[in-house]
Structure formats: C-alpha cells, structure tokens
Design a protein. Sequence first.
Length: 151
Amino acid sequence: MKQTPKEKKIQSLMEPGNLTLSGFLGTDDRHYHEIIQDDENILEKLGHTPEEIAERMQKLMDLAGDVYEEPITVDGHYQIEIQLVRGRMICPFAHPGAYRKGIIYLTNLKNNLSVKWTPLSVHFIQSHHFFEGEGSVFRLDPETLVKAIFE
C-alpha cells in the first residue's frame, strides 16, 4: 500500500524520538493502519466500540480527577490513581489540540486487572481507534482494557 505524504508524516511522528522518547509503535512492525484494523476486529468480537471505551475511560478519569496523586475507589471496585506532570502532548495524527501529560492507573478490584493510560490515549482511541503498537509503553490491549473497565 502506497502511503500519502500525510500518512508518512504520521508514521514518522509515531516513531521513537520524535514526539516521545519511546514513540507510539513500540516493537510493532505493522503500519499504524494495520494496528488499528486488527484492534477494531478484536473489539467487534468483544461487542464494544472505540468510542464507547474512550467514553468510559474519560468518565473514570474524571471521577478520580478531583483527587491528586491519591488512589480513589470508584463505583465500588475501580481503584484509580492519577499522576499528572507539567506539559502537554500533541497528536501525531495532526489532530488539533494538546493533551495534558499524566498517567492514569486503574485496577479492577473484582478481577485484579490493571491498566494504565494517558489523556492522549483517550483521544487516540476516541478519534483514531488507535491503542498503540505492541511493546509500546502505553499500549492498551483491547481485550484486557474492556475487561478492566467494564467488568
């Protein structure tokens, strides 16, 4: 598949050392289109949409947002901690806006699954259906994420 100049730029911005030290693709050799398609196929089997997942992640993040760097239990079984840092990240997809830097840690106390994400991760999933590449620091495995935030 021949890439457009815009796609080449996006792919380049996702590589290590451009927008982040480790990049967004991890050790994944696939083009970001393939990563997105494979993850969408998994979600279809699970019966969830990227938009639904991003909305849930944002809601959980917002519920815990009033407590700074202290764990909070939400809905009786989601333990969430937010660590915010100075600065903002831009989207490699050339989407307008900048997203606050920080890490959200969530543990589902019912099934002991833990996941972590960033505010940019929510945007990636909502707007681009992108869960990052295998081996990426903030890769969110769709199946694990669904189990962690919906069960």
